[in-house]
Ligand binder design. Structure first.
Ligand SMILES: [Zn+2]
Length: 692
């Protein structure tokens, strides 16, 4: 679970229960849909309809008192998934009443320190489920129901499915108070589902005045192979969509578009309902009508560019042959590439149309004229070894179907043109956005086994002596989708990709680099960079790292480098006794570290009890852990000798117990147990006083 991203995190039981519920409801829901909803109008761009139309009846009550403030929209990218609802602002505070938008019954209630925090799933009779996330407290008997389950088990984390009769709800009834539990600051997450499919709330029952059209901000064009260029470069070229533009290009390109939208009040960075391009009469569009929690969520990493192309939250309006994201509609057949822009030598200037639409009818269109330019200079002849070594901290890669790999080396002080060599090929690098880029074609043999390839740079035209070597990468390609393992020479690193783990044919590669101490972590051996680090994964990769010979694996784990530092990802011991394994949802930098430092705990003075519709009194311990991270299941509070249902709040760095009401007046004993993933544990004893 990643703090900072809302995540559904269905448990296996939850998933099972949901599936059986879906089976149970599918027939009557389908009947309702057929009876109530007019058939959607024929849409020639919709070639992959996987979901039925939502139930559109307007909900009689809004979940928060009007006016609603929209701070997050449907379909936006969150880490590892699409945002499946709307975020409603609560004025930076907690405790606003949340009302049932319609009558029904509570079918599910969850408590978690991460993801949606405290959440309610309200079923209404027409088959829709209304979901509310990040709540501060549940109202009435539901609060007592959850509390008794927590007290009986001593566990804060609960996923409960009451029977239909237990918690009937009237339209407009207060069912909870808004909060900031789970991920993010104070706000209400509101979602409308049927079965496992989340629908755009604007289409599925939440009436929203939407009179502000979307905006189109930038277009990025990117060469897809080694014979293509945009404005003379093999790397991405970004232009503002604020005015008329002419772009020179040749070959096969794809487009990434940054667009924004806003509803009546709130953020303007929301993804519009639809963003698309039209080229040579063919349309490719990302349209956010619905997403399935069961099948679609990993595609958010494929659909959005968040560092894969140039680092913005653009929508990539392209997909490889054989795979089409659920939110993409295209004229191209599913087995062909969608959204490829082809410019041939001698073509006349032609128009690429870019369009964004919202559900209020707002449309914005921009036209970009593309005209042909000269194809790239052919490969630089001759075999040589680079005189200027590249650094493991600086090289970056992008992978395209067909075995094409873009190598990116940052521009340092070098003013002269640069040549790049990869494998047996040399290319004159092109310069873009502070980097040298060249696209290479990876050999067919990399589709059969891991190949070791030299990578080097040198100033163009220099007669470098073939002595110094830049470095090596180990590369492997997956044209078949059957799954494979990338393994370096002596097996220090092996990365396993299950069948379908990559969305498309891609080349992955690895190289070693130095590993240094970080906070309480001490490295064991080198780190390994697995590239392209931002390449999207549909399923986790299995990373195996061998420890240096004779090293103890006690309190050692595999870590991945995130923007916030090294994060523990796991420590499964392989049968050879010297290798650890862990699953990772993304590629990037991996290393083994030893963590011998236990969490540091500070007991916080509890606040005086306060009046209100519900108690917010809590006893908390601040936990500082700068190594493997807190293991929530192995950490808790004991009050007066009894283990209590303890929430681990990773964003605040606190262990928290919030009972239904404060303990009786007087002095109470407390024990804080805080354990980290590596197995270090701190037990701190203290006492606290409750006054009145
Ligand atoms: Zn949300």
């Amino acid at each position: 679970m990643t703090p900072g991203g809302e995540t559904e995190d269905l448990t296996s039981e939850g998933r099972h229960a949901l599936r059986s519920l879906m089976r149970h409801t599918a027939i009557c829901v389908l009947a309702l849909a057929l009876a109530w909803v007019p058939a959607p109008s024929a849409d020639p761009t919709h070639t992959n309809a996987t979901t039925t139309a939502p139930l559109k009846a307007q909900l009689p009550v809004t979940p928060l008192a009007a006016p609603l403030i929209f701070t997050g929209g449907f379909g936006e990218r969150r880490i590892g998934h699409f945002h499946a609802g709307f975020d409603l602002g609560t004025g930076s505070r907690v405790g606003r009443p949340v009302r049932a938008p319609d009558g029904g019954w509570i079918e599910r209630v969850r408590t978690s320190g991460v993801g949606y925090g405290r959440s309610i799933y309200l079923r209404i009779p027409d088959g829709r489920t209304l979901q509310f996330g990040h709540l501060d407290a549940f109202a009435g008997p539901l609060a007592a129901y959850v509390r008794s389950a927590q007290d009986a088990s001593g566990q804060y984390e609960q996923d409960l499915w009451p029977s239909r009769e237990q918690f009937a709800v009237r339209a407009g009834e207060v069912i909870a108070w808004s909060g900031e539990s789970g991920a993010g600051g104070p706000h209400l997450h509101f979602e409308i589902r049927r079965g496992d499919v989340a629908y755009n709330p604007q289409q599925a029952g939440l009436a929203v005045p939407d009179r502000v059209p979307p905006t189109l901000e930038t277009l990025t064009l990117e060469a897809l192979d080694d014979s293509s260029l945009v404005e003379g470069r093999s790397g991405p070229f970004t232009l503002s969509l604020s005015g008329a533009t002419i772009v020179r290009a040749i070959g096969r390109l794809r487009a990434t578009v940054v667009s924004g939208d806003r509803l009546r009040r709130g953020a303007s960075r929301m993804t519009p309902w639809s963003v698309g391009i039209e080229w040579e009469g063919r349309r490719t569009e990302c349209r956010f009508d619905s997403v399935s929690w069961a099948t679609d969520m990993p595609e958010a990493e494929y659909v959005y560019d968040t560092g894969r192309v140039w680092g913005s939250k653009g929508l990539m309006l392209w997909s490889a042959g054989g795979f089409r994201p659920c939110v993409m509609r295209a004229d191209a057949p599913t087995d062909e590439e969608a959204g490829t822009i082809v410019i041939r030598p001698g073509d006349p200037p032609r128009v690429l149309q870019v369009r964004a639409r919202d559900l209020g009818g707002g449309v914005v269109t921009r036209r970009v004229v593309l005209r042909p330019e000269a194809p790239p200079a052919r490969a630089f002849p001759g075999w040589w070894r680079g005189e200027e070594s590249w650094s493991g901290t600086s090289a970056a890669f992008a992978s395209f179907p067909g075995g094409f790999l873009r190598v990116i080396i940052p521009v340092t002080s070098e003013k002269r043109p640069l040549d790049l060599q990869f494998g047996g090929m040399a290319r004159r690098a092109t310069r873009a956005a502070g980097a040298w880029c060249a696209v290479f074609s990876v050999s067919e043999s990399a589709a059969v086994k891991t190949v070791r390839l030299p990578l080097a740079t040198r100033p163009a035209g220099s007669a470098a002596s073939p002595t110094a070597c830049g470095g090596f990468v180990w590369a492997r390609r997956d044209p078949s989708g059957k799954g494979f393992e990338l393994a370096v020479d002596r097996g220090e690193l092996r990365v396993g990709f299950a069948p379908g783990a990559l969305f498309e044919d891609a080349t992955v590669l690895a190289y070693s680099c130095a590993s240094r101490e970080w906070n309480d972590l001490v490295p064991l051996g080198a780190a390994w960079q697995v590239e392209p680090s931002r390449h999207p994964l549909r399923r986790p990769a299995r990373v195996r790292l061998a420890a240096p010979a004779g090293a103890s694996l006690d309190r050692v784990g595999i870590y991945r480098l995130d923007p916030g530092g090294w994060q523990w990802i796991g420590a499964d011991r392989e049968s050879d006794g010297g290798t650890l394994a862990a699953e990772s949802r993304s590629l990037g930098r991996f290393a083994l570290f030893h963590d011998g430092v236990a969490p540091r705990v500070t007991l916080r003075k509890p606040p005086p009890p306060r009046a209100g519709p519900y108690s917010r009194w809590a006893i908390e311990a601040s936990v500082l852990e700068q190594g493997s991270g807190i293991d929530a299941r192995a950490s808790w509070l004991e009050v007066d000798g009894v283990r209590v249902a303890t929430e681990w709040d990773p964003e605040a760095g606190r262990l928290r117990w919030r009972p239904a009401k404060p303990p009786v007046r007087g002095t109470h004993s407390i024990v804080v147990v805080a354990a980290d993933h590596a197995g270090n544990e701190t037990r701190t004893r203290g006492e606290f006083y409750v006054g009145r």
